[in-house]
Write a protein that binds this ligand. Structure first.
Ligand SMILES: N[C@@H](CCC(=O)N[C@@H](CS)C(=O)NCC(=O)O)C(=O)O
Length: 82
């Protein structure tokens, strides 16, 4: 995707992600946006990276949400203000 050339603003891309952001995957018609959702989708699809038991799955979800909510926001804030 060529951001400066406005690839993210085309109707075709906006149909996949109305927010006009990457990453987006299109897995044989299964369109998934949001980095965390994509990782969870791929983890589940791999059959190896997502535990099948509820307690194990809860740990994967816990650390994904931690990365996106608790870690990413302050790290980005520090990075952007440096
Ligand atoms: N919450 C989204 C954020 C995605 C995001 O910020 N994407 C940026 C690139 S890293 C983007 O597409 N920026 C282009 C724009 O907003 O015009 C995710 O985690 O996937």
């Amino acid at each position: 995707m060529d951001h400066p050339a406005h690839d993210l603003d085309t109707p075709e891309f906006r149909a996949k992600n109305p927010f006009g952001q990457i990453p987006v995957i299109d897995d044989d018609g299964v369109v998934v946006t949001e980095s965390g959702a994509i990782l969870l989708y791929l983890a589940r699809k791999s059959g190896k990276l997502m535990p099948r038991d509820l307690a194990g799955e809860a740990q994967v979800l816990r650390w994904c949400v931690t990365a996106l909510n608790t870690v990413e926001v302050p790290v980005l804030t520090m990075w952007l203000s440096a």
